[in-house]
Design a binder for this molecule. Structure first.
Ligand code: GAP
Length: 457
């Protein structure tokens, strides 16, 4: 088990403005969270890191941003309408509902009663209607995974980019699941974001590419600053596999409530493209696709080594953004006891992910020249464009350090009397992790800013 309790993380998130309960003003909506000023920065930084490494740094991946509202036939063909459900039981004593596979010893997880109903399937999709008529004909769903928008745009992207196998389509976006028992803060929620890549390969190459992506994704999380000992791989057993998967390897992180899934890397075979393909009978589709699609397209491609058009296999690394944010926060959380016996909390977060890159603190806020200089340094650093810079003139310097340690700001910059008096103006910078301080010329601070905050590490 992780050494930090979930309560500690929840309290930090609320106090400092990372994450708030959704609709808190009206008693809250269970399993829904809002991201505050620091949370949105951290979330965006993590998304950017993913997009940079999965799309920009590669030659074989295109990006996509498909819609959330999804045609019901898409989700019928994908198997979600019929099979995307969890077994649910009701407690006859306290009337609470829970997932059958989450309860132990056949006891209610809320009141301990053993008077439970038999398990029933509960579909997790959020249903809505489009247009002014609320009939069955106008049903649409909020997508339960971003993946289907990629499959249904497969041909559009292929045609527009002239891609050949292997290649991928990546997407970051919201997904919605009406989870029976959302819990563990932002770990299991009803509205969340996914970072998904659908990587299309020749069917004969699927196992190699699966292994490649498992390793790539594990290394990526380590590269985001997560300690390798807090991550492990786990292969899903046959009865755990989703209806579309031939094999799935999960990357588990040691959350405060134990090792749990952070990302899954699935071999979805030709299940989805096959399901969305018109006239499947003409093609050699290997997955167990149930019925012919009502789609207008044939999602098969010509490949030089095959006489017949083929439906590619797909390897899918799929990560939850909220789980990523939680893992980053838990892993970065540090406590130490200082020489004077005081406890110091700091977030040892990778500088690229840090919500605030630096704080500029005027040592005397009544001295106009110090304030002006501090403001101008803040403006110059902001212009460099590496992220948020905070001008900090509330409270004393000790308080400012404490606040910025706790939110993971890599350096604090202090402007003092020496800064305005010297012919070679300088400031003090203090490092978050070591608390070391050094004097640096303002010119050097501006020129070497990225390096100074450790952005290259
Ligand atoms: N397209 C494949 C797919 O959706 P999944 O294992 O159901 O597979 C992928 O979800 C990832 O999305 C998970 O590894 C997890 O990080 C995240 N995720 C799934 N359900 C979630 C929920 N209710 N709350 C937060 N994250 C969730």
């Amino acid at each position: 088990m992780s050494k930090i309790s979930m309560e500690t993380i929840i309290s930090l998130c609320k106090r400092r403005g990372f994450i708030f309960q959704g609709s808190e003003l009206y008693g809250g909506l269970q399993g829904i969270y809002d991201f505050g000023p620091l949370g949105v920065e951290l979330k965006n930084n993590l998304k950017q890191a993913w997009w940079r490494d999965i799309v920009h740094a590669r030659d074989d991946v295109e990006g996509l941003d498909s819609s959330i509202l999804t045609h019901k036939q898409t989700l019928k063909q994908s198997g979600h309408v019929d099979t995307f459900s969890d077994p649910m039981v009701d407690c006859r004593s306290c009337k609470q509902r829970m997932r059958a596979d989450h309860i132990k010893d056949k006891k209610c997880m809320f009141c301990g009663s053993t008077d439970l109903t038999e398990p029933r399937d509960f579909n997790l999709m959020f249903e809505t209607h489009y247009g002014p008529i609320q009939s069955d004909e106008h049903v649409a769903y909020l997508r339960p995974e971003t993946a289907q928008g990629i499959f249904t745009n497969f041909k559009n992207v292929m045609d527009a980019t002239s891609r050949k196998l292997p290649f991928g389509i990546a997407q970051i976006g919201k997904a919605f699941r009406n989870e029976i028992t959302p819990r563990n803060f932002i770990f299991r929620v009803r509205e969340f974001e996914q970072m998904e890549l659908e990587f299309f390969v020749h069917p004969s190459q699927d196992d190699n590419w699966h292994q490649y992506w498992v390793k790539n994704r594990l290394d990526w999380w380590v590269n985001q600053g997560i300690h390798p000992d807090h991550l492990k791989l786990e292969e899903q057993k046959g009865d755990e596999l989703s209806h579309y998967s031939k094999a799935t390897t999960d990357i588990l992180y040691e959350f405060p409530h134990g090792f749990e899934e952070l990302e899954g890397i699935a071999n979805r075979t030709d299940y989805d493209l096959g399901s969305h393909t018109k006239q499947q009978s003409e093609l050699n589709i290997t997955a167990n696709v149930k019925e012919n699609a009502a789609s207008t397209q044939r999602l098969a491609i010509k490949s030089p080594q095959d006489p017949q058009p083929l439906v590619p296999y797909v390897i899918e690394p799929s990560a939850g953004l909220e789980r990523g944010v939680l893992a980053i926060l838990v892993d970065a959380y540090q406590e130490e006891t200082l020489d004077d016996g005081q406890k110091r909390v700091f977030l040892k977060i990778k500088p690229a992910l840090a919500p605030i890159k630096a704080a500029v603190i005027p040592l005397a806020k009544n001295k106009a020249e110090i304030v002006e200089l501090a403001q101008s340094i803040k403006q110059k650093l902001q212009k460099i464009g590496l992220g948020r810079i905070k001008y900090e003139d509330t409270g004393n310097i000790g308080k400012a350090y404490r606040r910025h340690d706790e939110i993971g700001t890599p350096i604090c910059i202090t402007v003092d009397f020496e800064s305005i008096e010297s012919s070679e103006p300088s400031v003090t910078i203090r490092y978050r992790d070591s608390r070391e301080q050094k004097r640096i010329l303002i010119e050097d601070l501006i020129n070497q800013f990225g390096q100074l905050i450790g952005l290259n590490n």
